[in-house]
Design a binder for this molecule. Structure first.
Ligand SMILES: Cc1ncc(COP(=O)(O)O)c(C=O)c1O
Length: 377
C-alpha cells in the first residue's frame, strides 16, 4: 500500500520540496505531527467523553488569547479560518437580533465572508481600500445603515498581509454600537512576535476595546497540523450567543458553539502541545527567519527589470506585479518551472513560510528572472 500511495500521490506538491511558494499553510511542525497521530480517537463533539481534552482546549484558547492581549478570551480550535469567520458573523447576527442585516467588510476580505453572508442571510458590503491597501475608514462610516450589524477588519490580508487600522475601526464600531470582528487568520501568529522583536506593530487585537472576536489560525503560521483554525471571543458571553445544547451524546449533555459536531481532539492537543513546546521564543525565532526571507524577496524582486512589489511587506507576504508584463503569464511560466505561486487579480502572492530554505528562495529568484527575461523578449 505504501508503494501504491506514493505512486498515486506523486503529482501532489510537497512543502519539503520548497516549491510551494505561495501558500499560507505549512508543513506541520514535526513535534505536533507526532502528538496529533497519538490522539486520533479524541472527539470534542462529545466533550463529556473527553473532558480532559476539553480542558486543554480552554488552556490553548487562553494561551492564544494572551498573545492577542486577552487571556479571558473564550473560543474554540476549529476547522479553519472559514469556519471561524462564519461563527463570528453568526454571533454578530445573534447579538444584533435584526431581521435585515448587513456586514461591512474591506474589499480585501477573504471569500469566507461571502460564504458566511449566503449561509446566514447577511448582505456583505465590501468597501474600498486606500492607497496603502488598508480599508478606507471613511468608506466604512459612509456604508453604515440602520441594517448594519457588524464591521470586519483584517490583520494580515489574504493577498498582501496588510493590517487594517483596527483602532479606528474599533472607535467606529463603538460609536455606532456595532460588533467588530478581526480576521487575523494569518497575522494572528505573526504580529505578536513581530511586536516581541521591537517592531512598531499597531494595535490589532483585543487591546482595541471594540473588538468582539478574532479569527486566528494555528494551521497557518502556528505550524499546527490541519485542521486547526481558531475563533476567539472577547468573553464567554459572546461565545454563549451561538451555543447549542446537545442532549443525545454518550458523554452526556454538551454544548456546541461550532458549526461541526464531531470534531478533532487531536488537533487541539497538538495545538496545546506545540504552543507549550515552542513558547513565545520559539515562534519569535521562526518569524525572524521568515522575515529575513521576506526582505530578501522584497529587495530582489524590484531589481528584476519589469517587476515591482505592490507595497512594502508588513509581514511575510510579498505581492509581485508588473506594469509591462502579464502577471498571469508569469504565474503560468513559473508553474511550468515547478513553482506553486498564488495568483490574484493584480499580483502574484509569495509567502515566506517557515519551511522555506534560503537556497530555494535563491533558486526561485533565478527562475523568476529567466521567466521575465523570456516573456520580455
Ligand atoms: C485572512 C484569511 N481569513 C480566512 C482564511 C480562510 O482560512 P481557511 O482556508 O483555513 O478556512 C484565509 C485563508 O487563507 C485568510 O487568508
Amino acid at each position: 500500500m505504501a508503494r501504491e500511495l506514493s505512486l498515486r500521490l506523486k503529482e501532489d506538491f510537497t512543502y519539503k520540496s520548497g516549491r510551494i511558494i505561495g501558500s499560507m499553510c505549512s508543513e506541520p511542525h514535526p513535534f505536533a505531527k507526532k502528538i496529533f497521530a497519538n490522539y486520533l480517537e479524541k472527539n470534542l463533539g462529545d466533550s463529556g467523553l473527553f473532558p480532559a481534552t476539553a480542558e486543554l482546549e480552554k488552556e490553548a484558547i487562553k494561551m492564544i488569547g494572551s498573545l492577542l492581549s486577552n487571556d479571558k478570551a473564550s473560543g474554540h480550535i476549529i476547522t479553519g479560518g472559514t469556519e471561524a469567520n462564519i461563527l463570528a458573523l453568526w454571533a454578530a447576527r445573534k447579538s444584533a437580533r435584526k431581521e435585515r442585516c448587513q456586514v461591512i467588510v474591506p474589499a480585501s476580505a477573504h471569500c469566507s465572508f461571502d460564504k458566511a453572508g449566503e449561509l446566514l442571510g447577511i448582505k456583505i458590503i465590501r468597501v474600498k481600500l486606500d492607497n496603502k491597501f488598508q480599508v478606507d475608514t471613511k468608506a466604512v462610516i459612509d456604508a453604515i445603515t440602520p441594517s448594519t450589524i457588524a464591521v470586519v477588519g483584517i490583520a494580515g490580508t489574504t493577498g498582501l498581509g496588510v493590517v487594517d487600522p483596527i483602532v479606528e475601526l474599533s472607535e467606529i464600531a463603538l460609536d455606532a454600537g456595532l460588533y467588530l470582528h478581526i480576521d487575523a487568520a494569518f497575522g494572528g501568529f505573526v504580529l505578536p512576535f513581530l511586536r516581541d522583536m521591537g517592531n512598531d506593530v499597531p494595535v490589532f487585537d483585543f487591546e482595541a476595546p471594540g473588538v468582539c472576536s478574532i479569527t486566528v489560525d494555528p494551521h497557518k503560521m502556528g505550524l499546527a497540523p490541519i485542521p486547526a483554525g481558531g475563533i476567539l471571543f472577547r468573553d464567554e458571553k459572546v461565545r454563549e450567543l451561538i451555543s447549542w445544547n446537545i442532549s443525545y451524546l454518550a458523554g452526556g449533555e454538551a454544548k456546541h458553539a461550532t458549526i461541526v459536531g464531531t470534531r478533532s481532539g487531536a488537533s487541539i492537543i497538538a495545538v496545546w502541545s506545540l504552543l507549550k513546546h515552542l513558547g513565545r521564543e520559539g515562534y519569535d525565532r521562526i518569524i525572524k527567519r521568515c522575515m529575513h526571507l521576506t526582505w530578501k524577496l522584497a529587495d530582489e524582486i524590484p531589481r528584476i527589470r519589469g517587476l515591482e512589489i505592490m507595497t512594502k511587506p508588513t509581514m511575510n507576504v510579498v505581492g509581485l506585479t508588473s506594469h509591462t508584463l502579464d502577471i498571469k503569464q508569469i504565474a503560468h511560466e513559473l508553474r511550468l518551472e515547478g513553482w506553486a505561486v498564488a495568483l490574484f487579480p493584480r499580483h502574484i502572492r509569495i509567502v515566506a513560510m517557515p519551511y522555506m530554505q534560503e537556497k530555494r528562495v535563491d533558486e526561485f529568484l533565478e527562475d523568476l528572472k529567466s521567466v521575465v527575461h523570456k516573456l520580455g523578449q
